[in-house]
Design a protein around this ligand. Structure first.
Ligand code: G3H
Length: 195
């Protein structure tokens, strides 16, 4: 592809309370980011060429993409949903530590391979993203609005970084990332919304 645009969803109510997973809608700040996103995208595209938007099936990514222009086609992919935290879905990290102390330690020791009870590991996510990556490779002008864990894996793929390190990568909120693959590496430009 010429370029790929990546963004996390805007801040959600769960982000605000420190809860993981779930299907919460955006916070006030998150809504502000959604309103700002069309301008960030226009600035980064450098023209009026429409992008195609891929979101997950969860409210917070769909709401984030809501204000993009009507001529941007939108597609929802289940494969872009957040890493499934299984029995820990909806908990805070402190609650996980209290209820599943051994799991909390095991995850810290091997975050890439650790699979939540009834849920997924980062390794699982990398596998379920394969069709997305294949489709991306033969598409142009795609903007992906998804979740932190998913973005870490997609980002690592394009930046040719070691996937086993991606679980620790920080992907900031309210930041649009434009990646442009070149012969000798991938160019990256970040557009941070000041909200
Ligand atoms: O809400 C979950 C995060 O996006 C993933 O965070 O894998 O660092 O716990 P974590």
């Amino acid at each position: 592809p010429r370029s790929v645009w990546l963004s996390r969803h805007g801040e959600s109510l769960y982000n605000l309370y420190g809860r993981i997973g779930g299907d919460a809608d955006l916070s006030e700040r998150g809504h502000q980011y959604a309103k700002r996103l069309p301008d960030l995208v226009r600035e980064s595209v450098g023209g009026d060429r429409p992008l195609t938007v891929w979101t997950s099936t969860l409210k917070r990514t769909i709401s984030t993409a809501r204000h993009l222009p009507d001529n941007y086609n939108q597609l929802q992919w289940k494969a872009l949903d957040e890493l499934d935290a299984g029995v820990c879905d909806g908990m805070t990290y402190q609650e996980i530590k209290d209820v599943y102390p051994d799991d909390f330690i095991a995850r810290d020791e091997d975050k890439y391979n650790y699979r939540y009870r009834g849920g997924e590991s980062y390794r699982d996510v990398v596998i379920r993203l394969e069709p997305i990556i294949m489709e991306l490779e033969r598409s142009e002008d795609i903007l992906i609005v998804t979740h932190q864990a998913i973005l870490r894996c997609i980002y690592a793929y394009f930046m040719k970084k070691d996937q086993t390190k991606s679980p620790w990568m920080n992907v900031p909120l309210h930041c649009l990332i434009k990646l442009t693959p070149r012969a000798y590496g991938t160019d990256e430009v970040r557009y941070q919304a000041d909200i």
